[in-house]
Design a protein around this ligand. Structure first.
Ligand code: TRP
Length: 74
């Protein structure tokens, strides 16, 4: 796949409680956690999918905005 098409998407995460975890998962055949970022209430993270990151797991109450829309988890 064209590298730029998989690495250009941004997403925004706004923590609605303390201790929200944004976990980056590796791109490629080996899918594992490679980075965990902790956000406190009101903190916002703006990030991109990259050569190293193909998936993101969000634990905790947060608003998540992507090009596919917005979702709020519990
Ligand atoms: N070093 C990581 C990367 O370039 C940083 C990163 C980008 C990241 N997007 C992320 C970490 C999303 C966690 C979640 O891929």
């Amino acid at each position: 796949m064209d590298k730029t098409s998989v690495t250009s998407d941004f997403f925004v995460i706004k923590a609605l409680e303390d201790g929200v975890n944004v976990i980056g998962l590796t791109r490629g055949t080996d899918t594992r956690f490679h980075h965990s970022e902790k956000l406190d209430k009101g903190e916002v993270m703006i990030a991109q999918f990259t050569e190293h990151t193909s998936a993101v797991k969000v634990r905790g109450k947060a608003i998540i905005q992507t090009s596919h829309g917005q979702i709020e988890n519990e």
